[in-house]
Design a protein around this ligand. Structure first.
Ligand code: ZN
Length: 280
């Protein structure tokens, strides 16, 4: 049994503060250790359930957050930027199950701790084939494109609700209950990671229950930006249309292009946002 694990950071056990999400921020290094701890909990549960391989993809920010020196040595790690399939890098047809750990609610969910979609503030909303879309739906659809079911999502209560709304019968572990965007009631680290390990074991033991999350092609990605300047810059990319002042749209029969395009959008939006001087 081959298991794929995509690890984001905002939904990691014990973390609530944007400073903890960025290299150089207060608490970041400790946050990386907690993130690695959540990944290790999945890896332990997976091997206990009979996994023969666990491939871990660092899916947050710089994608250089997970501590390879602390990672369970039975797993391998994809690390570093320049990955065309971004949060789904390395996920291929050969895997039996996908797990998302440390995930967070989409932008605009009031009790979602550190809620956002792909970028911290530049993106207001994303729709995939007309349906509102956070990172859980986005990456689950990629897993579905390559025929792999998502069996477990971990993060705060809000992302667990979002995962069940999108995927139906999926295992979830809520390691914190959001109070506001930057405040939450936390489970102790050991308790949260024990739950992650147990739920991984449970999910993989009922693998035949899960079906890949399949969206019918073609795939249309609409993004509502918070700036008309970002919308016009992204609309320069061939294939991307300016749908309205703030919104861009892109359609493709190949979902891998959606994953790649998101990375490109983020690069452009980051540059426009810096260049404008509006965001400091
Ligand atoms: Zn994220």
């Amino acid at each position: 049994m081959r298991v794929y694990l995509s690890v984001d950071m905002e939904g990691v056990t014990g973390l609530t503060d944007p400073e903890e999400m960025h290299h150089g921020g207060r608490g970041y290094e400790r946050g990386c250790e907690f993130m690695t701890g959540d990944a290790n909990a999945v890896i332990r549960g997976a091997f206990a359930a009979g996994a023969t391989q666990v491939l871990v993809n660092d899916a947050h920010g710089s994608t250089r957050n997970l501590r390879i020196d602390q990672l369970d040595s039975r797993a391998t790690l994809i690390r570093g930027p320049g990955k065309p399939h971004r949060m789904g890098q390395g996920l291929t047809e050969g895997f039996d199950a996908a797990i998302f750990a440390g995930y967070h609610a989409r932008a605009g969910v009031s009790h979602g701790v550190l809620n956002h979609t792909w970028m911290g503030k530049e993106i207001q909303n994303v729709w995939l084939n007309g349906e509102i879309c956070g990172e859980t739906r986005l990456v689950a659809a990629y897993a579905g494109f390559v025929g792999v079911p998502v069996v477990l999502v971990t993060g705060d209560v809000a992302v667990c609700e979002e995962a069940r709304e999108v995927l139906g019968d999926v295992e979830t572990v809520a390691v914190k209950q959001g109070i506001d965007m930057f405040a939450a009631e936390l489970l102790p680290i050991a308790v949260a990671q024990r739950k992650i390990e147990e739920s991984t074991f449970t999910a993989l033991n009922r693998l035949p229950d899960f079906r890949p999350y399949v969206i019918e092609p073609p795939y249309t990605l609409e993004v509502e930006w918070n700036s008309t300047a970002i919308a016009s810059a992204c609309a320069i990319i061939p294939g991307t249309r300016r749908k309205s002042a703030r919104n861009t749209e892109f359609t493709t029969p190949d979902y891998r292009e959606i994953m790649a395009l998101f990375g490109l959008y983020a690069m452009i939006a980051g540059q426009v946002a810096c260049g404008s001087g509006v965001y400091g």
